[in-house]
Design a protein around this ligand. Sequence first.
Ligand code: GLN
Length: 250
Amino acid sequence: MKNKIISVVLVAMMMVASLAGCGSSSSSKETLVVGTNAAFPPFEYIGDDGNPDGFDVALIKAIGEKIGMDVQIQDMEFDSLVSSIGGKIDVAIAGMTVTEERQKTVDFSDPYYEAVQAVIVPKGSAIATADDLKNCKIGVQLGTTGEFIADEIEGAEVSAYNKAIDAVNDLNNGRLDLVIVDKNPAAVFGTQYADQVDVIDGSAFDFEAEFYAIALPKGNTELAEKINNAIAELKKDGTYDSLIAKYIEE
Ligand code: GLN
């Protein structure tokens, strides 16, 4: 009798094991598909192992752990992120500034970082004030707040690139007078090309503060609340500060 019970239990266990091995994923968690543009250091870039890394990538992974979801990162063009939410991707984290225009299509989480645009100029350039930006050849990243600002500058000839680094390369080739890009990537590019460029803080040009947030599907208040609670917890438990210290030179 005892043997019979044992064999029934064994058979049952084998059945469960074979079910688990049959096409089901190793994790029972739901997957959050996260879009980013891994060409925006230190927030997102391709790490030495060939995978996306950076502050945003680490932050969304920490959020995933808090809300019990597996995070899968999809690297795509910045300009396609907003329109892909609810389709190819669930949410986007990409140093994305909250703007009224974007809010027509997506909702945003609570902001997690304050930034401002900066200006990269060739070393020794005379550009120093807002007036000096007029009639210049300006490089920007396509679909970014840097492009929106450049479009408003009187007489500016604006070239939009898929990656900000391509604009910096054209600056170094002498094809541009300046590049407008968010302050943290500007600082990274400034260090990378320290003997060719200078980075000027946006305050010299009266650029407004911008707030980065995670772009979410419009009307999904349940997901928004989970993500906002996770951000608040990560700030409280010190994870947020340790990620800032690890990734961002301030
Ligand atoms: N913060 C800028 C924007 O939202 C640039 C973001 C980026 O290039 N990843 O438009």
